[in-house]
Design a protein around this ligand. Structure first.
Ligand SMILES: C[S@@+](CC[C@H](N)C(=O)[O-])C[C@H]1O[C@@H](n2cnc3c(N)ncnc32)[C@H](O)[C@@H]1O
Length: 262
């Protein structure tokens, strides 16, 4: 299984907060305005970034079920959970959402959600997930990578790196099945548009001053470059030098997906 570094998740959280699309939240609040309380399931909760973002913005009272395959991430979230307001009852469960999907009872939940999660799922999962959620009021997945990033200033090998990065996003991350990568938003939109009213909003990362974040992203690119035995050491050096000298900017395109039961 692909391992997610909890430091990377917390570095990313600030960027995600400023990237996520407010229109999705407005629609969710409008949809649930007559509900006294709602039940929310977070898939692949990691260290809880999706919870921290949504709990403050959703106006109804909330009961959360946080789920992840990684007990380490769930425990990290539990340890750092400072405010356990009476309005937010939280429970936790270690779940493999791919292998155990048939065992999950989605019917008890008004919102099934996740962030930075959809792109790592295999194609078959979307069909299974949709079949079990035809009656769920709201499906909301935020920060879905859509296949494009760029750094400024430009380098002649940018396109090549992007091509291999995207290919890697679609590789098997250790579960024996290929991830859908950047196709995730199109796929989920197609499956849910039969039963729900669906929306796709932009939630792009625009990173200017955050050196640590950009450095880690270059490390990801370097791994892909090494895996594919590409001779792109000049690109890596160019990017690292510009980041070190505060001369680097990064844009990465994401989408937020929302489906409302009509
Ligand atoms: C990129 S992280 C995102 C975490 C968090 N939602 C966030 O936005 O920071 C993806 C998460 O999905 C979890 N995950 C990966 N495969 C999973 C599976 N099969 N079942 C449940 N969780 C899984 C990982 O452990 C990780 O915490």
């Amino acid at each position: 299984m692909h391992k997610f570094d909890n430091n990377w998740l917390s570095l990313r959280e600030k960027i995600d907060i400023s990237s996520r699309n407010q229109k999705a939240i407005d629609k969710i609040n409008n949809y649930f305005k007559k509900y006294k309380s709602i039940n929310i399931m977070d898939l692949g909760c990691g260290t809880g970034s999706n919870y921290r973002y949504l709990t403050k913005r959703i106006k109804s009272k909330q009961n959360w079920l946080m789920t992840d395959i990684s007990l380490e991430s769930i425990n990290h979230f539990k340890k750092n959970l400072k405010v356990k307001a009476a309005t937010n009852i939280i429970s936790f469960k270690k779940i493999n959402v791919i292998e155990d999907i048939e065992k999950i009872n989605f019917n008890n939940f008004d919102i099934v959600t996740g962030s930075a999660f959809l792109d790592i799922m295999p194609r078959k999962w979307f069909k299974d997930f949709c079949k079990l959620n035809t009656s769920t009021n709201t499906i909301y997945f935020s920060i879905n990578y859509d296949g494009f990033f760029k750094f400024t200033p430009k380098h002649k090998d940018d396109e090549l790196v992007l091509k291999f990065f995207n290919k890697d996003q679609k590789s098997d991350k250790g579960i024996g099945l290929r991830a859908v990568g950047q196709d995730c938003t199109n796929i989920i939109n197609t499956v849910f548009s039969k039963t729900h009213k669906t929306y796709v909003f932009n939630s792009n990362w625009m990173v200017e001053n955050n050196k640590a974040f950009q450095e880690i992203f270059i490390n990801f690119c370097e791994n892909v470059i090494l895996k594919n035995k590409l001779d792109l050491s000049d690109w890596i050096k160019f990017r690292r030098d510009h980041i070190a000298n505060n001369k680097s900017k990064m844009l990465l395109r994401n989408k937020d997906f929302l489906a409302l039961k009509i």
